[in-house]
Design a protein. Sequence first.
Length: 665
Amino acid sequence: MANLSDVKGVGPKALSLLNKIGISSIDDLVMHYPFRYEYLKRTNLMEALDDDKVIVDGKVESIPILMRFKAGLNKMNFRLISNSGVVGVSIFNRAFLKNSLQVGTSVIVIGKFDKKKNIITANDIKLGTLSDKAKIEPVYHVTQGLTNKNISTYINMALLQFGKEISDYIPDNYINKYSFSNKRTALNIVHNPPTDEKLEEAQYRLKYEELFSFMFKINYLKKQNKANNKGISRKVPIDKIKDFINKLPFSLTSDQETAVFEIISDMEKKGRMNRLIQGDVGSGKTIVAFIAMYANYLSGMQSALMAPTEILAIQHYNNLKEILKDTAVNIALLTGSILKKEKLDIYKELEDGSINIVIGTHALIQDDVIYNNLGLVITDEQHRFGVNQRANLQNKGIRPDILYMSATPIPRTYALTIYGDMDTSIIKQRPKGRGKIKTYVKSNSEIKDVLQLMLDELKKHHQVYVIAPLIEDNNENSALASVCDLRDKMKLAFGEYYNIDMVHGKMASSAKDLIMQEFIQGKIQILISTTVIEVGVDVSNATMMVIFDANRFGLSTLHQLRGRVGRGSNDSKCVLISDSDTERLKIMEKEDDGFKISEEDFKLRGHGDLFGTKQSGDMNFKIANIKDDYDILLKAKKDSEEYLNCTTNIDEIKLKLINSMNNNS
Ligand code: ADP
Ligand code: MG
């Protein structure tokens, strides 16, 4: 297939701008879908109201007069004869249009109508006339230096030159069954929609294709799992596990206990374990995973625990060492910042089997790590572990039992569709002896009360989290709270007596980890942060969280954030600050069941927040949307199963689908 640079008009500069917005191939380019459409339909100015957004076409009636102001500002005025009479037009900073706006030129003017003065303040002027039907214009994500028009031109050129070569993942019999158009035609339509009906039809076809290939991959893995479901079967000495549980510093909740024995029974079965532990933040999933690893050790095999971040890996490592300190288990920590020499030692010991349990980040399964006899892989925060990584592990030829831990409560129907091949253990009860978490929704005008509440906690030598949606103020969103700004304000209020610091996603991870460590050790009393704090860090002395601009977050995210407090025996508080959307936020005051909250969230906001962009994993669809297109998903699921199971030899499309899975991890 040709390269992006082979598209006529795409020079080196355009190429780098396209790369910047994630387009690096012709496929990427033609599947850079509009994120919305604008409908250009002629407005009747007689019926338009003051301040309406209007679109009119007509002929330029007077020579445009250009006025230049200070600081490069300019304004142009002319009269336009439109269908609904003469109207004044003014537009800012388009001096360059003056020469093309000769008297008599046909133009389309889009802007705001001042009824009294009979003037349109235009934000756009195009050459041409409107047809009587509405014209549908695609609107793309752009970047500085790359306009909507540029993108549209490149896409259409690519379709013209290479339209026939674009990969299509729908097998012929389904194309026929649903009378789908070919892919090139569908792409042409979504980028240049003639009518709403045609657009919807084309979108449907492209969504179906995307969901079909997604479900195909899931089903393919499922089938492979079943086909060579030669898992590892071993005997677990149950008495020793019971002894071990009895010696823990706390007693397990009955949900935890059930999960433990479900896992052990999986280990003893011949089939391969593929289990998800779903439990609210703080419900105590980790100890269940630890016991599973100990059981695996007792049965003579190695375990690997993958955490999404280094800091969490370290926390798990320290906790596990403490819990297994009276045993002979050899535990290692393997993360990015471990010295090369030490790393090589660990590799060696994993290969010769002297390390029993290794804890680390993704590198554990992706690198050239060779295990002696890996029997169990556990991943924390399961939603970060995608289809491709699952496939990778299988390609390495090892078939360990797999256990996922997740605090993201995916509503059951969706979970069944997407992770239908998994068994689940659900942990609902919170461990005994935990303090309560009370949640309050407050407005910005009540900030003084909030500061007082913070002071009360600080005086008790407790710690406080403060969360903001932005890192720094930028002009565009200056109304929102930012981490940097809040740090300055908190320093003014509390800096004399308390240590205050911040973490956010733009910091180097070593710097971030350092500050987190200081917070864990109690050296910092107020930690200000973006949602990077979301992932499982455990500081039981933190008893209060204040979330600014809480309306910016989905309820599931808020619930996960809130789960960072209330981890010790003290009661905790969570304050949500917002001047809008308070009805929705008040759900948080009443509800503390993560599953119910996620259902509410799902109803209100769709999948966006639930699966979250940063938790993307598999859910990064270009055109489909799991919630709105759930019916298409179900159809694609059924069809892809049927297709996978049909007896014909592997055809070209099957191969393409399978390859696309193995290539990108
Ligand atoms: P999560 O499910 O969010 O990963 P963790 O596993 O980190 O939660 O558990 C949170 C805290 O609760 C830990 O400090 C853990 O030691 C403690 N914990 C877990 N189970 C129990 C229990 N049954 N009784 C008391 N404390 C528990
Ligand atoms: Mg956890």
